[in-house]
Write a protein that binds this ligand. Sequence first.
Ligand SMILES: CSC[C@H]1O[C@H](OP(=O)(O)O)[C@H](O)[C@@H]1O
Ligand code: ADE
Length: 292
Amino acid sequence: MTKPTMIAVIGGSGLYEIDGLQDARWVTVDTPWGAPSDQILTGELDGVKMGFLPRHGRGHVHAPSDVPYRANIDALKRLGATDVISVSACGSFRESMAPGDFVIVDQFIDRTFARHKSFFGSGCVAHVSLAHPTCPRLGDACETAARAAGITVHRGGTYLAMEGPQFSTVAESKLYREQWGADVIGMTNMPEAKLAREAELCYASIAMVTDFDSWHPDHGAVDITAILATLQGNSSNGADLVRRLPALLGGERTECPHGCDTALEYAIMTAPEKRDPALLTKLDAVAGRVLG
Ligand SMILES: CSC[C@H]1O[C@H](OP(=O)(O)O)[C@H](O)[C@@H]1O
Ligand SMILES: Nc1ncnc2[nH]cnc12
């Protein structure tokens, strides 16, 4: 059985809009989890439905800790999104992953601590698998699109999500790089990836390197002015990559072969008669498929 593809792009620092959508309009989406970061730009590209949500809002108003992650994922699901492409700025822990390079992240270490990380909780407890938090099918499309756009791209990498908003100390940066094996660092992909999995959305993360974080002996401290300079070129490459995705993913999709869109199949633990009706109401978009 097939269903229409809808590609949702979450734009990070430096990427607040995408051009070229047909029938483009900004729509307001209300969710039981509050308001998303901004309105969502909807339209079509190469005959495929698209949505674009600036993670920090137009004008960059939400700090990483205050991004309404649950509302964002709920709103995209509510609009009919099937595939989420996260685009983010990041620091690099690897000499080989230089500013301007893109990394298609496939693993995360979640060091965030001041955010809501689940749609579920007391009254409807669920445990989804997160062993493989990103969708390889979407990763393939992102890699192909990046290569076609002439971007230096690395397939696979571990993204350390920190709380921020300050950048890391040298000691933290060395710990993450040398002891924990992280490749890149940012402040936003968690809990976004966890929530996308709970909402049964395929999720891919394109991390655009802006700096070498603070471990690098030749680059000193992370400097926001240098980041902003790299960000501009990265964002136009990111938009170029995104514009190539509809042609690669197509307008119709079958069930994800990696199980992203059936993640909740056996995940809900709470007995039907013990479930909290108020929470079930809030879960209508995210878990409607399994809750009925
Ligand atoms: C631009 S400096 C730090 C800022 O950039 C990243 O944002 P995003 O992940 O939304 O692209 C990083 O996570 C910080 O929020
Ligand atoms: N070095 C860094 N640490 C955390 N987030 C970032 N975003 C861009 N560069 C970063």
